[in-house]
Design a protein around this ligand. Structure first.
Ligand code: 2AM
Length: 171
């Protein structure tokens, strides 16, 4: 199974984000991510054997579940993956700590995690053909993340198909 941990918005937030970025997406082009797939990844695990699920659930149980409040105030274009994403200019310490705790826990448990610097983002479009500087999002999208989710990703005909396997409420 291809798995990742993420902050997962509720459906109304996903629709709010979709509406907010629609005009910019129309300008930038690329493949729009459907509202139901919008999320903020905390740690990407890649392929994991099914019999390791219990370890991941225990790891999730041990995470600090302090509230995470974000102000998504700009859209960035990332050249190498060719994606556009929503980002907070200010990354709250509590979010840095949560991602760090997760990464450490996963490493100690022997999961292969990426050690690249955590840059919280919500991918909104892929295969974006037009390079652009960072664009402001107004009004700013203010968000209290409701849950940490363990999510399975499967390739589908219209992009990834995500299934939330388990949720841990925040705050
Ligand atoms: P991305 O949107 O920046 O591509 C599921 O693929 C989620 O895990 C996406 O949010 C994706 O981020 C993230 N992710 C992080 N590292 C990844 C990798 N090496 N391959 C695929 N997805 C990755």
């Amino acid at each position: 199974m291809r798995l990742f941990f993420a902050l997962w918005p509720d459906a109304s937030t996903q629709l709010e984000w979709e509406r907010a970025v629609a005009p910019l997406q129309a300008t930038l082009g690329g493949r729009r991510i459907p509202a139901a797939n919008l999320h903020l990844t905390l740690a990407f695990l890649g392929e994991v054997r099914g019999d390791r699920m219990n370890e991941l659930l225990r790891l999730g149980d041990d995470l600090d579940r302090s509230p995470v409040f974000l102000r998504l105030d700009r859209i960035e274009y990332w050249k190498k993956p060719g994606l556009a994403c929503l980002r907070p200019t200010e990354v709250p310490l509590v979010l840095e700590r949560l991602a760090g705790q997760l990464q450490t826990g996963l490493s100690l448990a022997g999961f292969a995690v990426e050690h690249r610097h955590f840059k919280p983002h919500v991918t909104v479009s892929r295969d974006v053909p037009i390079a652009t500087a960072s664009l402001p999002v107004w009004p700013v999208l203010e968000w209290s993340a409701p849950v940490i989710a363990l999510v399975r990703s499967r390739p589908g005909p219209a992009g990834a198909d995500y299934a939330v396997l388990h949720e841990w409420p925040l705050g």
